[in-house]
Structure formats: C-alpha cells, structure tokens
Ligand binder design. Structure first.
Ligand code: PLP
Length: 388
C-alpha cells in the first residue's frame, strides 16, 4: 500500500488556506473536485441542453461506484436526501405490533430518535441502551434486548463523543435473535474502511455531506439485498425504465415494483447532488478507504495524546476500535470557547452535549491539531487568569 501524498491532497481543500478546520463531522469542506463537478454540470446544461447533466446513465454509474467504494451491491443502494431520510425509510418500513420494542442508544443524534417516535402511539416501546462512560459495548445492547425486541437502531459512530459501535458483533447478536439492525452510518462512511456488507447491518443511512464529500441534500441508504422486498414503502417505482411499455402506470399492478433498493426512490433524482457524490467517491477511491482510516486514526491518536498532556478531559474512548474521527473535550462554557477559537485563532470546531467536539479528516495535519490544542490551552489559561 503506497502512502498517499497527504501534502498534495491538502492542496485540494482551499478552505484550509484560511482556517484550521476540525469540524468535518458537521460538514466536510469541499475538495476542488466538488467545484469542478458543479461547474461541469452547469456547463453541460448551458452548452449541451443537459444531455449529460440529466443522463440516467450517470446516476447508474454513480450508484455502481458508490457500491464499489463502500462495499455493497448497486441494487442495495438508494439515493436519498440525507441521513434522516434513510432512517425514516427504515423507521416506517417494519411491521411492528403493540408490545414489541425498539432499542436505540442514549447517545443518538436526534435524527435517529424522532424517526422512531411514531411507534409509541401504536403501543411499541422505545428503549435505550445505556452508555458506559461514553462507550457502547455489546453488553449495553444485550441488557435491553428481550423476546419482544424487533429492531435495534444505533449510530455507527456517535455524533457527540465519537464512540464507535462494534456493528459486526451487534449484527450477529441481532441476527441470531431475528432482530433487524438499522444503522445511522453518517459518521463512519467514507472514513472507516470496513465494507457495508461486512457490518451485519440490515439498513445503513448515510448523508452525503460528511465523509462522502457530497452536497447537503444528497445521501444514500443501504438496504441488505434480501430485506429490500420486506420493507414497506410509500414509494412505488415501476420496474422498467420510464419509457418502457410495462412502466406505463395503467399497464401494471402497483405492487409490481422494482425489486432493488431503487424502489425507495421516486421521481427525478438530485442530478447535481449525485454528480457531486460521484466526484467525491472517485476522490475517495483514488486515496483508498484503508489509507484514510489509518490517517484519521493517527491524527486522532495524536490529538488524544496532546489533550492528555495538557490535562484536558475527554469522553472519547481510548481504543481505536471504539472510536473514529471525533474527539471531544470536556470544558466549562464550551460554546463560548468555540466562538473564541473561531474568532481569535481561526480554529473551527463544534459543541455537542456541552463538550467541545474536534473532528478530523485526512486533509488535516498534526500541526492543525497542535495549533488547536494550544489555542484551547491558551484560552483556558486566559480564563483562569481572568477569574483570579
Ligand atoms: C450521527 C448523525 N446522524 C444524523 C445526522 C443528521 O444528518 P442529516 O442532516 O444527513 O439527516 C447527523 C449530523 O448532522 C449526525 O451526526
């Protein structure tokens, strides 16, 4: 495995000329290929009346490319609007009965809470696996699962402290008990190298604007091949291309829908968003997901060491197998500190669950992290001095 030229790759991100950007878990900054893809789209509409921009073949090729990069079959991927959209497809797709239960975790993003809420009015209980000091080991799920559990829905990597769930292990447990595993995969996709097909998940929802380097308003949902038929959906997509005689609405039964995950799509796709997703997937493929994962592991490990040396507290698990690109820092008035870091030091971070959240991408360097941690230290000492 040749090491990518990280220095050259960093040049692909114009934002980094002006900012120390450690907020990729919110939105990834656009690499230049994103701008080029948008320009090419517009140019084609102006000069070619959209022959390429609106071509169904581009959509099919992008699906195939994403399947290759993320380790799935093209028929298992549907284009969506975002993570929430994908989770919503799953949350309305199962037939549950009063007395059944759904297990979430107590560290979910709101998106993976609210999509399930409608079940409560139908007599289905929603339970939460409880974290152990910021970790979600198998035991946390096992103790909440019982004979009436039908679905477990969890983040791959939690949005706050960046705890990574061992999905293959959890998926095996779920499968052995006939439980469906739904995953909010947006904080892992494009960063962790394991193929989607190896996660033992039934559904994985992924927004496009983080690790996949797409636009907001674009995303994909993975649905395991043999589950596609079982999920209920309000969408009905004809089984053939739009101009095929069988696809004419009056000629077929509404139940004769397409037998792949494409059935979760309806109407015109987001052609521009899909074109950008394609550029992002080509970019990821040119670097290699294993290389990206290794780089993110090294950067976040350096970050944890620096925080420790500075005496700063984190709730991010120490072991790489239990974390990913996110490291949090527990400080008083995290929101005030975030603003100071941005205004005074040009360091962009976020605040989640009252803690500062730093999230890295392969385009970051160890220097970015050193600068951010020393800016945090400087601001903390400034506060101490002001309080004295
Ligand atoms: C873990 C997680 N799930 C869901 C979301 C919401 O994603 P989307 O806007 O793609 O629906 C986010 C962040 O934005 C997130 O971090």
């Amino acid at each position: 495995m040749n090491t990518p030229d990280w220095k050259a790759l960093r040049q692909e991100f114009p934002t980094l000329r002006n900012w120390i950007y450690l907020d990729s878990a919110r939105k990834s900054i656009p690499p230049r290929c994103q701008a080029l893809a948008m320009e090419a789209y517009t140019r084609d509409v102006y000069e070619n009346a959209g022959a390429d921009a609106w071509a169904a073949t581009n959509v099919a090729e992008t699906r195939a490319l994403l399947a290759e990069v993320l380790g799935a079959k093209p028929g298992e991927l549907a284009f969506t609007r975002n993570t929430t959209d994908g989770l919503n497809i799953a949350a309305h797709g199962f037939e549950l009965k009063p007395g059944d239960n759904i297990v979430l975790t107590d560290m979910e993003h709101m998106a993976n809470v609210w999509v399930w809420k409608h079940w409560e009015a139908k007599g289905v209980e929603i339970r939460h696996a409880r974290n152990r000091g910021g970790r979600l080991p198998l035991e946390a799920f096992r103790e909440r699962i019982d004979g009436r559990t039908r679905v477990v829905s969890t983040a791959y990597v939690t949005y706050g402290n960046g705890c990574r769930v061992d999905l293959p292990e959890l998926g095996a447990l779920c499968r052995s008990r006939g439980i469906r595993l739904v995953v909010d995969g947006v904080q892992g996709a494009g960063i962790l190298a394991a193929p989607l097909s190896a996660l033992n998940a039934d559904v994985v929802a992924i927004g496009g604007h983080k690790g996949l380097f797409g636009l907001t308003g674009s995303g994909i949902v993975y649905c395991r091949e043999d589950l596609v038929d079982e999920l209920k959906t309000s969408f009905v997509r004809p089984p053939e291309a739009a101009n095929a005689p069988r696809a004419k609405a009056h000629a077929i039964s509404q139940f004769d829908y397409v037998r792949t995950a494409h059935r979760f799509e309806a109407g015109n796709p987001n052609f521009l968003g899909i074109r950008v997703l394609r550029a992002g997937a080509e970019f990821l493929r040119s670097i290699g997901l294993q290389q990206i994962e290794n780089r993110v592991r090294d950067l976040t490990s350096a970050c944890l060491r620096l925080l420790d040396a500075a005496g700063l507290e984190t709730r991010t698990p120490a072991e790489w197998r239990e974390r990913a690109q996110i490291v949090n820092v527990v400080v008083p008035d995290a929101a005030g500190l975030m603003d100071r870091l941005r205004e005074k030091h040009r360091v962009v971070v976020n605040v989640k669950d009252d803690a500062l959240r730093l999230s890295v991408s392969f385009c970051n360097t160890k220097e970015d992290i050193e600068k951010a941690v020393s800016a945090i230290r400087a601001e903390m000492s400034h506060r101490t001095a002001a309080a004295a």
